[in-house]
Design a protein around this ligand. Sequence first.
Ligand code: PHE
Length: 325
Amino acid sequence: MNEIQILVDEALKEIDSAKDSNTLNNIRVKYLGKKGLITSLMKKLKDLPQEERPKFGAMVNEAKDTVTQKINEKLKELSEKEKKQKYEKLAVDISLPGARRDIGHLHILTQIQRELEDIFISMGFEVVEGPEVEDTWHNFDALNTPDWHPARDVQDSFYFTDKILLRTHTSPVQIRTMLQRKPPLAIISPGRVFRRDYDSTHLPMFTQMEVLFVDKNVTIKHLKYTLEEMAKRIFGEGSKVRLRPSFFPFTEPSYEVDVLFGDTWLEILGAGMVDPNVFKNVGYDPNEWSGFAFGLGLERIAMVKFGIKDIRDFIRNDIKFLENY
Ligand code: PHE
């Protein structure tokens, strides 16, 4: 009988310290379950002398009642607490800041392209486009670049067949436009071009913008003014432009154009006066019409403007890089 009291005391203590309804349920099983400590006491009944049995039985029953009642009280208390906690968790705190969604922004090359388009549109140029898959006539022959010219080497280009390739520059758009229109004209043509190069300053796919101006009595002065105006607007008022003699089959004379950046001259484009042979190839009379053309690399412009060292950064899709611009 003493044992009953001890068991009940233990049970009550455990119930008291239970922290959640799960624990409480385990306590119930431990004492009152089929094989529970209190339930099992009844089995001892048959070992007791006849006259003690009723009293013992009554005591076990009382013990059961006491523990059951205590468990039910505690259960009520705990489940109310748990319910309250659950609803507190679910409640909306309208003072919390909302979850921000990062909407991103235009790629740096797209930004540069649009900036250049705006500059040239404001000077009266029109944006035109050409195909990325070209034939050798538009990409080379019509541009006065004969069969033997090193620019046509299959090592440097992506050919589909002998006569079809990924364009190596945007200059074929000059040809396509002149074949479709009558002079005068002022066009720009941004787009992707392809060459078999890959290192920190060359990509197999990069972006150029072709500029072509055709009118009567066009001279190098017009070319230089346009280049200086462009440089000022992209790189700032104080920027300087330098023309170095060079060679392209489709311009005569030809130049490499550098901009002064800090204290170094950086090459950003190729330029020149449209070669009379090119005019002949598209049916323009070279005695009547003259013009200038240049082709700039958009990656180069961005690298100069923002001090980017590795051209491969443009296509790495590294958010940390892209977020800077
Ligand atoms: N198409 C030449 C190039 O890729 C650039 C250029 C364009 C030069 C127009 C002169 C005139 O590299």
